[in-house]
Ligand binder design. Structure first.
Ligand code: GAL
Length: 380
């Protein structure tokens, strides 16, 4: 019997149990407005602890909700889809009153979400949209298309094709660039790539940018599970297959700092950043501390800062609204169609960080300390 089927049966049985006993698991039948925060639990399901951003996200959501008096059931799924399904199932059995989920695969949790809906447990998608299900109530994220345009712009600025103020730069190219995208099962990966390609296309068309490998489709450049090693391997393969004629890579569009570090390692292993071989302009996202240090050291070109403190705050605000029997306030009700419905969203702004921005944007706001930036490591 397939695992998927077993999960489905398990969820159905669970829903029946919940309905029959009306107890523990969301026994309130959805109306929690007369309960004290200490009687209410928010299940928080995060994808992985291998990326430091999700650790920061998980801690921030937990801390914000606990400071309001709620109980929090925080779980990490080790980037394993069955584990995340199981953890969400458990959160429901253990009596979660609201679920906050950053999905590994945006389409893989349908049966859990149906169980949650049957038990009237609101579901908030955290940063990554959950697709193909009507049982997603709210979405908190950033302007993900804009992340992509900002990454592409940072590449153009780094190469000198554009100035920071948007005016035309003095460089003309042609520059050799390679493109990377995130995991195809993550809705965000498509938004980032679309935003980036819309920005880069005119430069590719007029040949000031040349993708020497010819790989420009998201399916060709995607990175399953956003794995650093996978990106490193692909960069190594690209160097062997497309740059063995003496040509040099001038820039790399990378959608996430973890991938950027893999790409940079591959480039360094091939002599880039050493004598006579300039490190290409490499972009990123998430302002992970190891990458912020690389930017400070002039190795990585930029990152996109998404303040996870604000995202966690929005998730907590939305969760609390549901627990008080209200609807959370959306600021976007048209962008995020998950294939079944448009999910009301609260989207936060993003900010490009070049070396000069580290102090004003990241250090002065308390996101990272100067010591952490110098060490390239978060303090425990
Ligand atoms: C995306 C997220 C990015 C990055 C990536 C890899 O969903 O929007 O900020 O964190 O996952 O973890």
């Amino acid at each position: 019997m397939s695992r998927k089927f077993l999960v489905a049966v398990g969820s159905a049985a669970l829903a029946l149990t919940l309905a029959a006993c009306g107890g523990e698991g969301a026994g309130s039948g959805g109306d929690t407005s007369d309960k004290k925060p200490s009687e209410l639990t928010i299940g928080v399901s995060m994808p992985t602890q291998t990326s430091e951003r999700w650790i920061a996200d998980g801690n921030a959501v937990k801390q914000k909700l606990e400071s309001k008096g709620y109980k929090v059931d925080l779980q990490y799924a080790g980037d394993d889809i069955p584990t995340q399904s199981q953890q969400v199932d458990q959160m429901i059995t253990r009596g979660a009153d609201v679920l906050v989920i950053a999905a590994i695969d945006g389409t893989a949790l349908s049966s859990q979400l149906q169980t949650a809906a049957d038990a009237k447990i609101p579901v908030i998608a955290y940063d990554r949209l959950i697709r193909d299900s009507k049982n997603v109530d709210f979405y908190v994220s950033f302007d993900n298309y804009k992340v992509g345009t900002a990454q592409a712009t940072a590449l153009l600025v780094g190469l000198g094709l554009q100035n920071k103020d948007g005016s035309k730069g003095t460089a003309t190219g042609p520059f050799n660039v390679e493109l990377f995208a995130g995991s195809l099962d993550d809705n965000n990966a498509h938004f980032f790539f679309n935003g980036a390609m819309d920005t880069l296309k005119p430069y590719i068309d007029n040949k000031s940018l040349v993708v020497k490998s010819g790989q420009t489709k998201i399916e060709q450049v995607a990175t399953l599970r956003w794995q650093q090693e996978t990106a490193q391997k692909r960069m190594e393969d690209l160097l062997t297959s497309s740059y063995n004629d003496g040509a040099k890579v001038d820039g790399v569009l990378s959608p996430y700092d973890g991938l950027s570090r893999g790409i940079i390692t591959a480039l360094q292993n091939a002599g880039y950043g050493g004598a006579g071989k300039k490190m290409p302009v490499v972009t990123g996202q998430d302002a992970e501390i190891a990458s912020v240090k690389l930017i400070n050291d002039g190795v990585q070109g930029s990152t996109i800062f998404k303040d996870t403190r604000l995202l966690a705050e929005q998730a907590a605000v939305a969760a609390e609204a549901y627990l008080q029997g209200k609807e959370p306030q959306a600021n976007d009700v048209k962008t995020y169609d998950n294939g079944v419905k448009v999910v009301p969203s609260f989207l936060l702004p993003v900010q490009t960080v070049y070396k000069d921005d580290i102090k004003p944007v990241l250090i002065d706001s308390g996101y990272w300390s100067a010591e952490e930036v110098a060490a390239g490591q978060a303090k425990g």
